[in-house]
Design a protein around this ligand. Structure first.
Ligand code: ZN
Ligand code: MN
Length: 471
């Protein structure tokens, strides 16, 4: 059964002020209803004034996705009655969106390049936020700080064939938006997704309310299973809207009268139509992920995998470019593999890591002053300091304090002898030709020496020692 997925993505544009008023968009650390004015509260008599920056950001996205900007686009009123919308209509774009017909390339499930078509992008205002308070007397609180934040709604064709493709699409889109610097993915709720999903030959289900891009794959995977099970039991999938319950990883039916809207769209009389095609030519695109990946491979001679990982986030790519001069290949391995792993483990952002200190560590590794293993220890000490908000010590100081400097095998001969003497079984296994025995013995010596010796060198010394019977 073929799975068919299309997405509607709402992205908060990272402008300093709201879409139709001068209120600050930086509201997340402030109390409720502190970033509001008559315009974004929808008070009678207030008039919207379009934020030029939001249009520019929308055009940047349209250009990056290869879209056609309409000669004339228009704002419309989408009428509905709900407390998150004080005007009782949302100003959005309807039959004349900002731009149409774009593409994003992703990898399909077989690893081949495929194209996902973008139907349209349009500008609209974010509604306020409702907080439903559970308890004995159920009630809801409303916060209009979010009301009027500029959104870019990005609509795709139903071109994705699995939840995994949807995830890859969203990762790609997010990376492009971050490269364009029109979007801050670290802000909670800055990217929200509605997903349309169907099995070929069945009705389509819309899953709303997916507030993290990681939740999209989960919600879609749940839906594929649910819909397949229905069909297997001979039941039909009904066309409906469902909500994703992030915490439980399931979708629930949201049928009911309040979901049946008649939006009565009509042109917004308080805003002029937009004519911005001349402006598009003046907009300069920055280097985008695909171009930067190719440049990294050519300029630094690193593998396609490392280049892809390093350019997957512009902050990470910038970081790499700051430490690459020490040794591009060594830096790629340490940043893409070791450092990223340590950051994920600590749930830390690359922004918290001092590049100059990492460059110093790479210098020590390149000069073989420390082994890889000791290097990891130094890195962990530095990251722990950063995570605790302390300035990181210089790597050389940590090496000195912890006595982590690389030493040659000769300095460990006593330890090697002790390990060999106290593991006769492993020595016997070694003579019997079992490869694991040597690794075991080297591991024991590594443990005693706290990783200060090079494992390959130790392997040579240990086997020499056994073969000479020097114990
Ligand atoms: Zn306002
Ligand atoms: Mn919308």
């Amino acid at each position: 059964m073929k799975t068919i997925v299309g997405l509607e993505i709402h992205v908060q544009l990272a402008t300093a002020t709201k879409l139709f008023c001068g209120c600050s968009t930086d509201y997340r650390d402030d109390g409720p209803n502190t970033h509001c004015c008559p315009v974004c509260l929808g008070l009678p008599g207030s008039l919207p004034r379009l934020n030029r920056k939001a249009v520019e950001y929308g055009l940047l996205v349209a250009k990056a996705l290869g879209m056609r900007v309409l000669e004339e686009s228009e704002f419309a009123r989408k009428n509905y009655f709900y407390p998150d919308l004080p005007k009782a209509y949302q100003i959005t774009q309807y039959d004349k969106p900002l731009a149409v017909e774009g593409i994003i390339e992703i990898e399909d499930d077989e690893g081949h390049e495929k194209i996902v078509r973008i139907t349209r992008v349009h500008l609209e205002e974010d509604p306020g936020r409702l907080v439903h308070v559970a308890g004995a007397s159920k009630y809801s609180l409303v916060d209009y700080n979010r009301s009027g934040i500029p959104l870019l709604e990005i609509v795709t064709e139903p071109d994705m064939r699995s939840p995994q493709e949807a995830r890859r699409f969203l990762n790609k889109l997010r990376t492009i938006l971050e490269y364009l610097r029109v979007f801050d993915g670290d802000r909670e709720g800055s990217l929200r997704v509605d997903a349309n999903i169907s099995l070929e030959g069945s009705e389509r289900v819309e899953v709303k309310n997916i507030s993290s891009y990681k939740g999209v794959e989960k919600a879609l995977t749940f839906e594929v299973t649910r819909q397949k099970n229905l069909r297997r039991r001979g039941q039909t999938v009904t066309r409906e809207t469902r909500h994703f319950m992030e915490g439980r990883g399931i979708t629930t039916s949201a049928r009911g009268k309040e979901e049946e809207h008649d939006y009565r769209y009509f042109p917004e009389p308080d805003l002029r139509p937009l004519r911005v095609t001349d402006w598009v030519a003046e907009i300069d695109l920055p280097e985008l992920p695909a171009a930067r990946k190719n440049r990294f491979m050519a300029q630094y001679g690193i593998s396609p995998n490392h280049a892809r990982t390093l350019t997957g986030d512009p902050k990470l790519a910038d970081f790499y470019e700051r430490v690459a001069p020490v040794d591009p290949a060594l830096a790629a391995t340490w940043v893409a593999d070791t450092l990223l792993g340590e950051l994920n483990y600590r749930d830390m952002s690359i922004a918290a890591v001092p590049a100059d200190r990492i460059a110093e560590l790479l210098g020590l590794l390149r000069a073989e002053t420390v082994t890889d293993r000791a290097g990891v220890q130094v890195l962990r000490e530095m990251l722990d300091a950063c995570a605790a908000g302390r300035p990181s010590e210089r790597p050389a100081a940590i090496v000195k304090r912890e006595n982590l400097g690389r030493t040659t095998g000769d300095d460990f001969s006593a330890i090697v002898r002790t390990v060999i003497a106290s593991n006769p079984q492993a020595v016997e296994d070694y003579h019997a030709g079992r490869k694991g025995a040597l690794n075991f013995l080297v591991g024991q010596v590594m443990k005693e020496t706290r990783g200060r010796a090079d494992p390959r060198e130790l392997g040579r010394i240990v086997s020499e020692c056994i073969e000479k019977g020097e114990v």
